[in-house]
Unconditional design. Sequence first.
Length: 192
Amino acid sequence: MLPYLTVRRKAKARVLKMKETLPDTLDLIVVCVEAGMGVDAALNRVGKEQADQGLAMGEELLLATQELQAGAVRKEALTRCADRIGIEEFRGLITFLTQTEELGGSIARSLRIYASTMREKRSQSAEEAARKAVISLFSSGLLYSTGHFHPLIRSGRSEHYENIIESAEGIAMPVTNLYEENLAGYQGSEGG
């Protein structure tokens, strides 16, 4: 059981790293294609550069380009790569590239648009995470600061008043009498 959990944890970490590097990878592919390289050559170049840096995305791109060099069709090789990686954005990129190529559109322009969309998604997810962190910090701070008053809020029994005052100050006060006097005064003002 432990080896399975270790492998699963490492696989999730690898996928997360690839997801984080995908927009940068896409930008590098855009630069290569705009510089005049073909898509296969751009994938090979970016794969080598990123594999030299120790990035998992580079290793997967290199494997896909090796499949292309062995004679596989680009769509099939990239689809297998997307299946290995398991990132929805990368699957979307493969579908986008395939449709652009089949319809005869500009691959460089399409990649540039897809890259800008990926950057927007990344910034939106970062903003969302920041908002969640602020709410979490605020709510935990609020709970921490009102933690001692929680029994008072939940019930109006006088024994909670006594316990809190005794534990907070170490002084036993006749809270029961104060509570009864306040209660009598409140009931008297209601009846009158």
